[in-house]
Design a protein around this ligand. Structure first.
Ligand SMILES: Cc1cc2nc3c(=O)[nH]c(=O)nc-3n(C[C@H](O)[C@H](O)[C@H](O)COP(=O)(O)OP(=O)(O)OC[C@H]3O[C@@H](n4cnc5c(N)ncnc54)[C@H](O)[C@@H]3O)c2cc1C
Length: 412
């Protein structure tokens, strides 16, 4: 029976491990299980299949000055982190050129079209049919000019297999009853979804892996050692792991592991923040609500309401900036949202490559080395389909997708 080692037990690594198990592989999952949750479990829980346009675009670029200057722009590029974000930004500019953006959009559209069916299959593997709620999400505005602009953008946008419609009068009144600010507009996405509870997802994913015979090795991979065209995983304890396949799926930590072998991985930590509140007064069945002017998404899970925001280009190891939690809470207060009290705060890193496409493929540096990381804002959405594509790749099967757009060699 082929034996695989997956490095990184976030949503992407765990989904790969479980997809390989379903295909009959014996799998070990290496993860230090740090007490600080990785992005996989701290994110907004949105299955964002509508986001087919990579953020490396001229439209994003145009919005940068306004977002940097506005208190609620949700964008932060700290001066002390300039050595990290400047090289990333230069590559971003190249990737934002219309021709490259169009090619990226086409690849991401194809991938996102497969994401929701893959999530349905994954929820079945986890024996959690209620985990995925394909109820869409709302976008709302308080300023009439912003609402007119936002409506036009989203209603006319190509959103792949999802689309937007105006909120019905019933939906509008429900949203209206949640805010003290007047609502200038509300639209609903049809086709997107959410994870009903992120803690349930994390525990079901871990338990499902172990129940299917998987071994979790609580350790940090420090190096991939190459010999005779193959790699083995070296752990911080000094132990080595040999495997038929080594799959690196360690989010932002994938970069040093692969660069030590000669890969070029221009990935940055695009850090995001969330604040969690008590959920007693937030409607249980309400899908996520995006407050677009404030770059904030609010999601109801089982027992908490989570407000998430921020794109902070930084190193993964810099301490969190507590002002950002205050700003996020300030947004919920300004809108008068029925959330109280503040229960917890969190910061985590999106693994982001300059063209805002993931890296999924087989390494040219060693015969048994594969990688899957760089899922930027879409790692939760894309985890199950990444697992399936990786399994196809390892088995040498003509998979669901043949795009070369996710090959890491694009940065060589
Ligand atoms: C505020 C915020 C909101 C978001 N909202 C959404 C959303 O609504 N929908 C969506 O689709 N995406 C969202 N994302 C993005 C999504 O969370 C990420 O794309 C996703 O978590 C990436 O998953 P991953 O498994 O690749 O990486 P991670 O979640 O970073 O997991 C990496 C894993 O690797 C392990 N690891 C690290 N170093 C090592 C090592 N040396 N050896 C072994 N293991 C190691 C870590 O412990 C961790 O478990 C959001 C992100 C943020 C920050």
């Amino acid at each position: 029976m082929p034996c695989s080692v997956v490095v990184g037990g976030g949503a992407v690594g765990t989904a790969i491990a479980q997809s390989l198990q379903v295909a009959g592989f014996t799998v070990s999952l290496v993860d230090p299980c740090d007490p600080q949750k990785p992005a996989s479990w701290g994110n907004a829980g949105h299955i964002a299949i509508e986001q087919i346009a990579p953020l490396a675009s001229l439209a994003t670029l145009k919005g940068v000055p306004r977002r940097l200057l506005s208190a609620h722009g949700g964008l932060s590029m700290p001066v002390w982190a300039l050595p990290h974000w400047l090289p990333f930004s230069l590559r971003f500019l190249a990737a934002a050129r219309p021709q490259r953006q169009a090619a990226g959009k086409s690849a991401l559209r194809d991938l996102l079209a497969l994401a929701m069916p893959a999530w349905e299959r994954y929820a079945a593997v986890l024996k959690q049919p209620g985990l995925l709620r394909a109820d869409g999400h709302f976008i709302v505005w308080s300023d009439p000019a912003a609402a007119a602009r936002g409506r036009r953008n989203w209603l006319e946008a190509d959103c792949g297999t999802a689309y937007f419609r105006e909120a019905t009068s019933e939906e509008y009144s429900q949203l209206r009853s949640l805010t003290v600010k007047p609502l200038a507009g509300a639209i609903r996405c049809v086709g997107s979804g959410q994870i009903a509870d992120m803690d349930l997802f994390a525990s079901a994913a871990r338990a499902g892996f172990v129940a299917a015979g998987g071994v979790t090795i609580r350790a940090r991979a420090v190096r991939l050692a190459r010999a005779a065209g193959r790699v083995r995983v070296e752990l911080a304890s000094g132990r080595h792991l040999d495997a038929d396949q080594v799959i690196v799926a360690a989010g932002v930590a994938s970069r040093p592991l692969l660069e030590s072998l000669g890969h070029r991985v221009p990935m940055i930590a695009e850090r995001g923040y969330h604040v969690q509140f008590g959920a007693e007064h937030w409607p249980r069945a309400l899908p996520p609500v995006v407050f677009e002017e404030d770059a904030t998404i609010v999601t109801r899970f089982q027992d908490v309401v989570r407000a998430s925001s921020y794109l902070e280009f930084n190193t993964p190891w810099a301490p969190a900036d507590p002002r950002k939690w205050d700003i996020i809470e300030g947004v919920t207060r300004e809108w008068g949202l029925p959330v109280a009290p503040r229960l917890s705060t969190w910061m985590g890193s999106r693994p982001t490559l300059p063209d805002y496409l993931p890296a999924i493929g087989k390494s040219r540096m060693a015969d048994n080395l594969y990688y899957a990381f760089g899922h930027q804002h879409l790692g939760l959405t894309l985890a199950p389909i990444t697992g399936e594509l990786m399994t196809d790749l390892i088995r040498g099967r003509a998979g669901q997708m043949s795009s070369q757009s996710f090959d890491l060699e694009r940065f060589a």
